[in-house]
Design a protein around this ligand. Structure first.
Ligand code: HBI
Length: 352
Protein backbone atom coordinates (compact mmCIF):
# COMPACT_ATOMS: atom_id res chain seq x y z
CA UNK A 1 0.00 0.00 0.00
CA UNK A 2 1.43 3.39 -1.05
CA UNK A 3 2.66 5.52 1.84
CA UNK A 4 3.45 9.22 2.06
CA UNK A 5 6.74 9.65 3.92
CA UNK A 6 8.25 12.92 5.16
CA UNK A 7 12.00 12.83 5.99
CA UNK A 8 13.60 15.23 8.48
CA UNK A 9 17.29 15.46 7.57
CA UNK A 10 20.30 16.11 9.82
CA UNK A 11 20.75 19.79 10.81
CA UNK A 12 24.57 19.70 10.80
CA UNK A 13 24.92 20.35 7.10
CA UNK A 14 23.18 20.51 3.75
CA UNK A 15 22.62 17.16 2.05
CA UNK A 16 25.50 16.38 -0.37
CA UNK A 17 27.89 18.57 1.62
CA UNK A 18 29.47 15.48 3.19
CA UNK A 19 29.15 17.00 6.69
CA UNK A 20 26.30 14.59 7.41
CA UNK A 21 28.60 11.62 6.81
CA UNK A 22 26.98 8.20 6.42
CA UNK A 23 23.52 9.60 7.11
CA UNK A 24 23.55 11.43 3.77
CA UNK A 25 24.02 8.13 1.94
CA UNK A 26 21.35 6.47 4.11
CA UNK A 27 18.83 9.21 3.30
CA UNK A 28 19.74 9.16 -0.40
CA UNK A 29 19.27 5.40 -0.57
CA UNK A 30 16.02 5.53 1.42
CA UNK A 31 14.54 8.03 -1.05
CA UNK A 32 15.61 5.90 -4.03
CA UNK A 33 14.34 2.67 -2.49
CA UNK A 34 10.99 4.00 -1.26
CA UNK A 35 10.28 5.84 -4.53
CA UNK A 36 11.11 2.60 -6.36
CA UNK A 37 8.41 0.89 -4.29
CA UNK A 38 5.83 3.47 -5.31
CA UNK A 39 5.81 5.53 -2.10
CA UNK A 40 5.72 9.33 -2.11
CA UNK A 41 8.73 10.74 -0.25
CA UNK A 42 9.65 14.33 0.56
CA UNK A 43 12.69 15.66 2.47
CA UNK A 44 12.98 18.69 4.75
CA UNK A 45 16.65 19.72 4.92
CA UNK A 46 18.91 22.76 5.43
CA UNK A 47 19.20 25.30 2.58
CA UNK A 48 21.72 24.23 -0.04
CA UNK A 49 20.70 20.57 0.16
CA UNK A 50 20.60 18.75 -3.16
CA UNK A 51 20.02 15.13 -4.30
CA UNK A 52 19.16 14.13 -7.86
CA UNK A 53 15.64 12.60 -8.17
CA UNK A 54 14.62 13.95 -4.75
CA UNK A 55 11.91 16.39 -3.70
CA UNK A 56 13.74 18.49 -1.08
CA UNK A 57 12.20 21.39 0.85
CA UNK A 58 15.14 23.66 1.76
CA UNK A 59 14.87 25.44 5.12
CA UNK A 60 16.78 28.55 6.23
CA UNK A 61 18.51 28.77 9.58
CA UNK A 62 21.74 28.17 11.46
CA UNK A 63 23.29 24.69 11.37
CA UNK A 64 23.71 22.66 14.55
CA UNK A 65 27.05 21.70 16.13
CA UNK A 66 27.92 18.05 15.42
CA UNK A 67 27.00 16.15 18.59
CA UNK A 68 30.21 14.07 18.50
CA UNK A 69 32.32 17.22 19.03
CA UNK A 70 30.63 17.85 22.40
CA UNK A 71 31.00 16.12 25.78
CA UNK A 72 28.56 13.80 27.51
CA UNK A 73 27.55 16.50 29.97
CA UNK A 74 27.04 19.19 27.32
CA UNK A 75 23.55 20.66 27.90
CA UNK A 76 21.06 20.88 25.01
CA UNK A 77 22.29 23.68 22.77
CA UNK A 78 20.01 25.42 20.26
CA UNK A 79 21.67 27.93 17.91
CA UNK A 80 19.68 31.15 17.43
CA UNK A 81 17.42 30.79 14.41
CA UNK A 82 18.07 27.03 14.54
CA UNK A 83 17.56 25.37 11.16
CA UNK A 84 16.21 22.32 13.00
CA UNK A 85 13.56 24.34 14.84
CA UNK A 86 12.54 25.85 11.49
CA UNK A 87 12.49 22.38 9.87
CA UNK A 88 10.24 21.04 12.63
CA UNK A 89 7.98 24.09 12.44
CA UNK A 90 7.47 23.39 8.74
CA UNK A 91 6.97 19.64 9.33
CA UNK A 92 4.35 20.47 11.96
CA UNK A 93 2.40 22.57 9.42
CA UNK A 94 2.30 19.87 6.70
CA UNK A 95 2.24 16.71 8.86
CA UNK A 96 -1.40 15.83 8.09
CA UNK A 97 -0.46 15.19 4.42
CA UNK A 98 1.86 12.32 5.48
CA UNK A 99 1.47 8.83 6.93
CA UNK A 100 4.78 8.97 8.77
CA UNK A 101 7.70 11.30 9.47
CA UNK A 102 11.19 9.73 9.54
CA UNK A 103 13.58 11.79 11.67
CA UNK A 104 17.35 11.55 10.99
CA UNK A 105 18.39 14.42 13.27
CA UNK A 106 20.49 13.27 16.21
CA UNK A 107 19.25 16.20 18.31
CA UNK A 108 17.09 16.81 21.35
CA UNK A 109 14.21 18.78 19.72
CA UNK A 110 12.59 16.17 17.40
CA UNK A 111 12.55 13.61 20.21
CA UNK A 112 10.98 16.08 22.66
CA UNK A 113 8.30 17.13 20.11
CA UNK A 114 7.25 13.55 19.17
CA UNK A 115 4.14 13.48 21.46
CA UNK A 116 3.02 16.92 20.15
CA UNK A 117 2.76 15.67 16.55
CA UNK A 118 -0.40 13.90 15.34
CA UNK A 119 1.60 12.10 12.62
CA UNK A 120 3.85 9.30 13.91
CA UNK A 121 7.56 10.14 13.99
CA UNK A 122 9.94 7.24 13.33
CA UNK A 123 13.39 8.08 14.71
CA UNK A 124 16.33 6.61 12.84
CA UNK A 125 19.30 6.91 15.19
CA UNK A 126 22.52 7.35 13.24
CA UNK A 127 25.18 7.19 16.00
CA UNK A 128 25.84 5.55 19.36
CA UNK A 129 25.17 7.23 22.73
CA UNK A 130 26.94 10.59 22.94
CA UNK A 131 25.31 12.71 25.65
CA UNK A 132 23.30 12.28 28.84
CA UNK A 133 20.66 14.84 27.79
CA UNK A 134 20.03 13.00 24.49
CA UNK A 135 19.98 9.58 26.20
CA UNK A 136 17.43 10.94 28.67
CA UNK A 137 15.01 12.39 26.12
CA UNK A 138 15.40 9.44 23.71
CA UNK A 139 14.75 6.98 26.56
CA UNK A 140 11.61 8.89 27.62
CA UNK A 141 10.23 8.90 24.05
CA UNK A 142 11.28 5.29 23.36
CA UNK A 143 9.24 4.24 26.42
CA UNK A 144 6.12 6.03 25.12
CA UNK A 145 6.66 4.99 21.47
CA UNK A 146 8.51 1.64 21.80
CA UNK A 147 8.56 0.61 18.11
CA UNK A 148 9.58 3.93 16.67
CA UNK A 149 13.34 3.77 17.20
CA UNK A 150 15.41 2.33 14.37
CA UNK A 151 19.18 1.80 14.49
CA UNK A 152 21.87 0.31 12.25
CA UNK A 153 23.29 -2.37 14.56
CA UNK A 154 22.94 -4.15 17.89
CA UNK A 155 26.27 -2.82 19.17
CA UNK A 156 24.99 0.68 18.44
CA UNK A 157 21.70 -0.05 20.26
CA UNK A 158 23.63 -1.48 23.23
CA UNK A 159 25.21 1.94 23.86
CA UNK A 160 21.74 3.24 24.85
CA UNK A 161 19.77 2.48 28.06
CA UNK A 162 16.72 1.76 25.85
CA UNK A 163 18.57 -0.84 23.67
CA UNK A 164 15.67 -3.30 23.98
CA UNK A 165 13.35 -0.84 22.20
CA UNK A 166 15.59 -0.40 19.13
CA UNK A 167 14.85 -2.11 15.80
CA UNK A 168 18.14 -3.13 14.12
CA UNK A 169 17.85 -2.34 10.39
CA UNK A 170 21.45 -2.60 9.16
CA UNK A 171 22.05 -0.56 6.01
CA UNK A 172 22.10 -1.01 2.26
CA UNK A 173 23.66 0.41 -0.90
CA UNK A 174 22.87 0.41 -4.60
CA UNK A 175 25.14 -2.49 -5.63
CA UNK A 176 24.79 -1.63 -9.32
CA UNK A 177 27.06 1.38 -8.65
CA UNK A 178 29.91 -0.83 -7.36
CA UNK A 179 31.94 -2.93 -9.77
CA UNK A 180 33.63 -6.09 -8.51
CA UNK A 181 37.44 -6.15 -8.97
CA UNK A 182 39.16 -9.55 -8.56
CA UNK A 183 42.70 -8.21 -9.20
CA UNK A 184 43.78 -5.41 -6.80
CA UNK A 185 46.84 -3.15 -6.95
CA UNK A 186 49.35 -2.97 -4.05
CA UNK A 187 47.46 -0.21 -2.24
CA UNK A 188 45.13 0.20 0.73
CA UNK A 189 42.12 2.47 1.27
CA UNK A 190 40.81 4.53 4.16
CA UNK A 191 37.40 6.14 3.75
CA UNK A 192 35.37 8.50 5.95
CA UNK A 193 35.03 11.93 7.52
CA UNK A 194 38.56 13.04 8.44
CA UNK A 195 37.97 13.74 12.15
CA UNK A 196 39.52 12.52 15.44
CA UNK A 197 36.84 9.90 16.20
CA UNK A 198 37.81 8.11 12.98
CA UNK A 199 41.51 7.77 14.00
CA UNK A 200 43.00 8.06 10.50
CA UNK A 201 46.45 8.35 12.13
CA UNK A 202 46.37 4.63 12.98
CA UNK A 203 45.83 3.66 9.34
CA UNK A 204 48.65 6.03 8.32
CA UNK A 205 50.98 4.33 10.83
CA UNK A 206 49.99 0.88 9.51
CA UNK A 207 50.73 2.08 5.99
CA UNK A 208 54.18 3.24 7.15
CA UNK A 209 54.92 -0.09 8.89
CA UNK A 210 53.86 -2.20 5.88
CA UNK A 211 55.12 0.38 3.36
CA UNK A 212 51.94 -0.15 1.31
CA UNK A 213 50.47 3.07 -0.15
CA UNK A 214 47.28 4.27 1.55
CA UNK A 215 44.65 6.11 -0.52
CA UNK A 216 42.54 8.40 1.70
CA UNK A 217 38.98 9.33 0.65
CA UNK A 218 36.45 11.57 2.41
CA UNK A 219 35.57 15.02 3.61
CA UNK A 220 38.20 16.86 5.68
CA UNK A 221 35.95 17.77 8.59
CA UNK A 222 38.78 18.76 10.98
CA UNK A 223 41.52 20.60 8.99
CA UNK A 224 43.86 20.95 11.99
CA UNK A 225 43.63 17.24 12.75
CA UNK A 226 44.46 16.40 9.11
CA UNK A 227 47.41 18.84 9.11
CA UNK A 228 48.78 17.26 12.31
CA UNK A 229 48.69 13.80 10.76
CA UNK A 230 50.63 15.03 7.73
CA UNK A 231 53.17 16.85 9.94
CA UNK A 232 53.74 13.79 12.13
CA UNK A 233 54.09 11.36 9.21
CA UNK A 234 55.95 13.31 6.49
CA UNK A 235 57.27 10.17 4.76
CA UNK A 236 54.16 7.96 5.04
CA UNK A 237 53.10 6.61 1.60
CA UNK A 238 49.67 8.29 1.81
CA UNK A 239 47.66 10.11 -0.84
CA UNK A 240 44.53 12.19 -0.21
CA UNK A 241 42.08 11.48 -3.06
CA UNK A 242 39.36 13.93 -1.97
CA UNK A 243 35.64 13.58 -1.26
CA UNK A 244 34.46 11.79 -4.39
CA UNK A 245 31.13 10.80 -5.88
CA UNK A 246 30.22 7.14 -5.39
CA UNK A 247 31.03 6.48 -9.06
CA UNK A 248 34.55 7.93 -8.83
CA UNK A 249 35.18 6.55 -5.33
CA UNK A 250 34.42 2.94 -6.21
CA UNK A 251 36.52 3.18 -9.38
CA UNK A 252 39.56 3.62 -7.10
CA UNK A 253 38.36 1.67 -4.04
CA UNK A 254 37.89 -1.55 -6.01
CA UNK A 255 41.58 -1.61 -6.98
CA UNK A 256 42.66 -1.77 -3.31
CA UNK A 257 44.00 -4.80 -1.42
CA UNK A 258 41.80 -3.87 1.53
CA UNK A 259 39.89 -1.12 3.36
CA UNK A 260 41.31 -0.15 6.76
CA UNK A 261 38.73 1.01 9.34
CA UNK A 262 40.06 2.50 12.56
CA UNK A 263 37.02 3.70 14.55
CA UNK A 264 38.03 5.24 17.89
CA UNK A 265 34.35 5.39 18.89
CA UNK A 266 31.47 2.87 18.58
CA UNK A 267 30.81 3.31 14.85
CA UNK A 268 27.04 2.90 14.50
CA UNK A 269 27.41 1.06 11.23
CA UNK A 270 30.16 1.92 8.76
CA UNK A 271 28.58 2.27 5.29
CA UNK A 272 32.13 2.39 3.95
CA UNK A 273 32.55 -1.28 4.95
CA UNK A 274 29.73 -2.46 2.69
CA UNK A 275 30.90 -0.16 -0.11
CA UNK A 276 34.25 -1.96 0.02
CA UNK A 277 32.68 -5.45 0.22
CA UNK A 278 30.52 -4.57 -2.80
CA UNK A 279 33.74 -4.06 -4.81
CA UNK A 280 35.20 -7.33 -3.51
CA UNK A 281 37.54 -5.43 -1.18
CA UNK A 282 38.15 -7.12 2.20
CA UNK A 283 37.77 -4.98 5.32
CA UNK A 284 40.20 -4.79 8.23
CA UNK A 285 38.63 -3.08 11.23
CA UNK A 286 39.07 -2.62 14.95
CA UNK A 287 36.72 -5.14 16.59
CA UNK A 288 34.22 -2.58 17.89
CA UNK A 289 30.85 -1.22 16.84
CA UNK A 290 29.11 -1.69 13.50
CA UNK A 291 32.07 -2.98 11.46
CA UNK A 292 32.44 -5.88 13.95
CA UNK A 293 28.93 -7.00 12.90
CA UNK A 294 29.59 -6.55 9.18
CA UNK A 295 33.01 -8.23 8.81
CA UNK A 296 33.33 -12.00 9.26
CA UNK A 297 36.86 -12.43 10.61
CA UNK A 298 38.98 -14.48 8.18
CA UNK A 299 36.22 -14.64 5.54
CA UNK A 300 35.44 -11.07 4.41
CA UNK A 301 38.33 -9.40 6.22
CA UNK A 302 39.86 -9.26 9.70
CA UNK A 303 38.73 -7.90 13.06
CA UNK A 304 41.70 -6.80 15.17
CA UNK A 305 42.32 -5.66 18.75
CA UNK A 306 40.90 -2.13 19.00
CA UNK A 307 43.55 0.63 18.74
CA UNK A 308 46.37 -1.86 17.98
CA UNK A 309 48.32 -0.56 14.97
CA UNK A 310 50.57 -3.61 15.12
CA UNK A 311 47.57 -5.91 14.67
CA UNK A 312 46.40 -3.79 11.73
CA UNK A 313 49.81 -4.34 10.10
CA UNK A 314 49.66 -8.11 10.72
CA UNK A 315 46.15 -8.32 9.23
CA UNK A 316 47.25 -6.31 6.18
CA UNK A 317 49.88 -8.97 5.42
CA UNK A 318 47.12 -11.64 5.58
CA UNK A 319 44.78 -9.97 3.04
CA UNK A 320 45.70 -12.41 0.21
CA UNK A 321 44.05 -15.18 2.30
CA UNK A 322 40.62 -13.60 1.66
CA UNK A 323 38.51 -14.69 -1.33
CA UNK A 324 37.29 -11.40 -2.83
CA UNK A 325 34.22 -13.11 -4.32
CA UNK A 326 33.01 -13.86 -0.76
CA UNK A 327 33.10 -10.11 -0.02
CA UNK A 328 30.86 -9.28 -2.98
CA UNK A 329 28.53 -12.18 -2.13
CA UNK A 330 27.87 -10.89 1.41
CA UNK A 331 27.07 -7.45 0.00
CA UNK A 332 24.53 -9.02 -2.36
CA UNK A 333 22.95 -11.28 0.27
CA UNK A 334 22.58 -8.78 3.14
CA UNK A 335 23.39 -5.21 2.08
CA UNK A 336 21.57 -4.71 -1.20
CA UNK A 337 19.06 -1.84 -1.39
CA UNK A 338 16.30 -4.42 -1.76
CA UNK A 339 17.27 -6.38 1.37
CA UNK A 340 17.62 -3.15 3.38
CA UNK A 341 14.47 -1.62 1.86
CA UNK A 342 12.49 -4.67 3.00
CA UNK A 343 13.80 -4.26 6.55
CA UNK A 344 13.09 -0.50 6.60
CA UNK A 345 9.61 -0.88 5.12
CA UNK A 346 8.54 -3.61 7.55
CA UNK A 347 9.82 -1.39 10.40
CA UNK A 348 7.52 1.46 9.28
CA UNK A 349 4.65 -1.00 8.75
CA UNK A 350 5.03 -2.19 12.35
CA UNK A 351 3.56 1.03 13.70
CA UNK A 352 1.63 2.87 10.96
N1 HBI B 1 25.21 16.05 15.25
N2 HBI B 1 23.83 17.55 16.40
C1 HBI B 1 23.98 16.60 15.46
N3 HBI B 1 22.92 16.22 14.72
C2 HBI B 1 23.02 15.27 13.75
O1 HBI B 1 22.02 14.94 13.08
C3 HBI B 1 24.29 14.68 13.48
C4 HBI B 1 25.37 15.11 14.27
N4 HBI B 1 26.60 14.60 14.06
C5 HBI B 1 26.90 13.63 12.99
C6 HBI B 1 25.70 13.27 12.21
N5 HBI B 1 24.48 13.75 12.49
C7 HBI B 1 25.90 12.32 11.07
O2 HBI B 1 27.05 12.72 10.36
C8 HBI B 1 26.17 10.92 11.58
O3 HBI B 1 25.02 10.52 12.19
C9 HBI B 1 26.51 10.00 10.46
Amino acid sequence: MMKKVLILSTPVGALSSGIGGGVELTIYNLIQEMQGRGHIIKVIAPKGSFFDHADIIEIEGNLHTPAQTQSRQTPVIMPDNSVLANMLDYAYQIQSEYDVIVNFAFDWLPFYLTPFFSTAIAHFISMGSLSDSLDQIMGKIATRFPYQFGVYTKSQADTFPFADKCQCLGSGIDLSLYQFQPQPKKQLAWLGRIAPEKALEDAVKASEITNIPLLIFGKIQDQEYWQTIQNQHPSAPIKYQGFLSTKDLQAQLRDCLGLIMTPRWVEAFGNVAIEALACGVPVISYARGGPAEIVTDGKTGFLVTPDSVEDLAIAIQRLPEINRYDCRQVAEDVYSLTAWGNRFESWLDSFI
